[in-house]
Ligand binder design. Sequence first.
Ligand code: SF4
Ligand code: SF4
Length: 336
Amino acid sequence: MNADDVKKLTKDLGADLVGIASAKTLNAFPPDPLWPQTPENILPSCKSVIVVVQHIPVAPFRAKSNIAVQYIDMLVLRRMDRIAYKIADHLEREGHPSFVTAAQETDWNMKNASYGYLSTRHLGIEAGLGTLGLEVNILTPEFGPRLYLTGILTELELEADAPMTEQVCIGESCSRCLHGCPTDAVRHYGIDKRNCAVEAQEFGFMTATAFFMKYCLASHEEKRELIKSRDVFGFWQGLLRVVGSFGDCPRCLAVCPVGNDYHAYLADFQKVIPEKTPEKVTKAKGFKQARKDGDEISGLDEWNIRWVGPDGYQGIVARQMQEFKKMQKTKAEETS
Ligand code: SF4
Ligand code: SF4
């Protein structure tokens, strides 16, 4: 099988996007060289990583509460993993050892935090599928950040795709993700993971350890009350269907104006950002000025610019929106 065969099979199985990254490149460019998330640390004989993308349907981002996105996320992940498993299985039957990476699992030894064995965002970028946004999600031109990715590690050498050099994220002049973030976790092409976890992992690891600390020190009477608390219900529900444990906050995904799904169904609905404050606007202006002045910005330094898009923003979103409007006009004319 060559790269085209693999991509055709992946699309035929129902994946939305697919790209191929070279293991050699991924080994040479770990997102953080101090904590290398590389294929060679998992499978030294890995030659290529096939990256599979499944988009999150847009309707839940129009719902009144976050519950709709949280539940659909779980279904999208299961579907994506099933497709990736079938590809790996097919390759192995053809004589090329291959397996799906544990995309949502994290390694406690990596910075004592939620860092995976591989960074799926960076896999996607190296496979030519998009670039990092201000909130360091991967943004694809097709679906913005509203997607999940996984990688198949294979010993088959496949022709790799070229990474995009044009920045997909509109950048500091947009900053909608920063305005929409309820815990002000968005940095300048970076993220405050702890702040993000407050909303994104409401009943995640940090909440669980804080709860059990409190429980251990509580009196007998207090323990009786604590055991009936909302936190315990949240942990139970998290065990049951993962909701509450991760990916709980969809705000930076919902408000990002990249992708035809946004132009079609979210532009009106998400136009006003209720979480926007004068302080956040000032923060975004500061980011814009810092970039203009050429200040040192770690998210945009010599190492990291590779994943943000070294050629900078050149209007990809505006171009796409014009195309989309033209397409809609033609459709309307055809049906009238
Ligand atoms: S997931 Fe929510 S809390 Fe985390 S950065 Fe995005 S908007 Fe902020
Ligand atoms: S909301 Fe704007 S600034 Fe944030 S990632 Fe999307 S395009 Fe970039």
